[in-house]
Design a binder for this molecule. Structure first.
Ligand code: AMP
Length: 194
């Protein structure tokens, strides 16, 4: 199995590059943001709780998020036979530890972490533009700033966490979508996980 964590700040291109990865490596895509937005659309209890955190630019509490992720993994075993692309998870050290345990218990592990690195101003410009086009409620300037702060404080320590494990591959996340994907492919193919 090829389990890829696509990592980066909001606006770094995780969703876009996930689409390329899914197609190229036939992986099952788990975007925790999409899972939560789906709950919000369906008006579930979880969706109501999630919306409060998302609209504040804050993370959903670890315990809740880890439970959701475990459920999605177990509900999609058939579709995930080649492996999974984790998009938007983990976002904290406890989530990364939980992911390791979850995968180990299922006889597998994280194969590689692809870290998309993009300068701060470019992130803000992209997110503002995305908000104008998609109408995502958390893509407004005030919430974007909060999300970037959360990223720096809670999520970016994961770079070190995964570097220490030799799993982190830094990718320059600016340029053309195809050019960036070529770099991602080179990094993944270099680990030879098949
Ligand atoms: P995303 O679509 O990945 O940018 O996620 C949108 C929002 O959903 C985030 O700003 C968080 O509020 C919430 N979220 C998504 N994934 C996670 C996660 N792994 N842990 C906590 N909150 C999350």
């Amino acid at each position: 199995m090829l389990n890829i964590v696509i990592f980066g700040a909001p606006g770094s291109g995780k969703g876009t590059q996930s689409e390329n990865l899914i197609e190229n490596y036939k992986l099952f895509h788990i975007s925790t943001g999409d899972v939560l937005r789906d709950h919000i659309r369906r008006g579930t209890e979880l969706g109501k709780t999630a919306k409060e955190f998302i609209d504040q630019g804050q993370l959903i509490p670890d315990e809740l998020m880890i439970g959701i992720l475990a459920q999605v993994i177990d509900d999609n075993k058939e579709l995930a036979q080649n492996g999974v692309i984790f998009d938007g998870f983990p976002r904290t050290i406890p989530q990364a530890e939980a992911l390791e345990t979850l995968l180990n218990e299922r006889g597998t592990s994280v194969s590689a972490v692809v870290g998309l690195e993009v300068p701060e101003q470019e992130l803000i410009d992209r997110l503002v533009k995305r908000g104008q086009m998609s109408g995502r409620s958390d893509d407004n300037e005030e919430t974007i700033k909060k999300r970037l702060n959360v990223y720096h404080n809670q999520t970016s320590p994961l770079q070190e966490f995964y570097k220490e494990k030799g799993l982190y591959h830094a990718i320059k996340g600016i340029g053309t979508i195809n050019g960036i994907f070529e770099d991602i492919k080179a990094a993944i193919d270099s680990i030879n996980a098949f």
